[in-house]
Design a protein around this ligand. Structure first.
Ligand code: C2E
Ligand code: MG
Ligand code: MG
Ligand code: MG
Length: 290
């Protein structure tokens, strides 16, 4: 009820409500129907084995959510993920994302690219939901995915929020055989001791450090120390947001394992991804043999 939800006695429809709040409320109403009306879409950004080569080896894709809004066009996650999170809608949306990403991975693997992996981002509410391992296991089984080819990305700050609960959840996920990646790494405050306990296989260096990379600069020192840390913990390192050849060269020199960024490939619809990766989509669209 508006009465319950209103703060300080102001109902949602109060004239004093600012236009930004009204817009958010309108968006929330639309978001409630987005899944059933089939308006959510996944784009896929390629992830490459780190190399200064212009034809690097494709390692896999990261699924990135978009919302094809009937009036507002294609919306990026920044415009609706927080809303989905606050309203609890993210759990259902997140389930949809995992299911669709697994279906897509299966299609590409069936088309011959059994080497490809898929990464899916988790939100804090999803990561806190006890049903998550069950949903992940169900999606893996439904689409016949080898668990090791699915990576779940959680941010460093999510992992830090409630350490014991995070470790328990991560253990349950790792028991399924999926991989864990720590996204936006460097922006949180993980202690080394805690990081050592995380059953992750990969760190993703936050785009902010990559953007400001300069030889001998402060960010280069940060990236260098993240890589040293990762080596000590035997973790792969993905650099995200690689936009220039100079950044790519520097990240390769520093020893990153994988690269992602506009220089190498933007997030794109599944068909465009398959085209750019030379995956025969026709074969992927054929039904499973009986
Ligand atoms: P993220 O997981 O760190 O994803 C990387 C973001 O950086 C993506 O933005 C991607 O499009 C963008 N990006 C990649 N390469 C470059 C580059 O070279 N330059 C620049 N400027 N940007 C680059 P996007 O798709 O808007 O997603 C933003 C965030 O939304 C993601 O950050 C992730 O935290 C969240 N997100 C995306 N999809 C999902 C989802 O399915 N579920 C949840 N819970 N969160 C999602
Ligand atoms: Mg990510
Ligand atoms: Mg990231
Ligand atoms: Mg990020």
């Amino acid at each position: 009820h508006a009465k319950d939800a209103g703060r300080n006695g102001y109902a949602f429809f109060a004239p004093s409500m600012n236009s930004d709040m009204q817009a958010q409320l309108g968006l929330l109403g639309d978001l409630r129907h987005a899944v059933e009306r089939d308006q959510l879409v996944l784009h896929y950004q390629p992830k490459f084995v780190a190399s200064a080569d212009d034809t690097p080896r494709l390692a896999g894709a990261e699924a990135l959510l978009r919302w094809q809004h009937p009036e507002q066009g294609l919306l990026a996650p920044a415009t609706f993920i927080a809303l989905a999170e606050r309203s609890g809608l993210i759990v259902g949306i997140g389930e949809w994302v995992i299911d669709r990403a697994c279906a897509q991975l299966h299609a590409w693997q069936r088309a011959g690219r059994t080497d490809l992996t898929m990464a899916v981002n988790l939100s804090p509410a999803q990561f806190a939901a006890p049903s998550l391992p069950h949903h992940v296991a169900a999606a893996l089984a439904r689409h016949a995915i080898a668990p090791g080819t699915l990576t779940l990305e959680i941010t460093e700050s999510m992992a830090m929020r409630n350490v014991e609960a995070s470790l328990a959840m991560l253990d349950a996920l790792v028991a399924l055989g999926v991989r864990i990646s720590i996204d936006d790494f460097g922006t949180g405050y993980s202690s080394l001791l805690y990081l050592k306990r995380l059953p992750a296989t990969e760190l993703k260096i936050d785009r902010g450090f990559v953007r400001d990379l300069r030889r001998a600069g402060e960010d280069a020192a940060i990236v260098t120390s993240i890589l040293a840390l990762a080596r000590a913990l035997e973790l792969d390192v993905v650099a995200e947001g690689v936009e220039t050849r100079e950044q790519r060269q520097q990240l390769v020199d520093l020893g990153c394992t994988y690269l992602q960024g506009y220089l190498l490939g933007r997030p794109m619809p599944a068909d465009a991804f398959a085209d750019s990766a030379g995956i025969a989509t026709k074969a992927a669209a054929e039904p499973l043999p009986a």
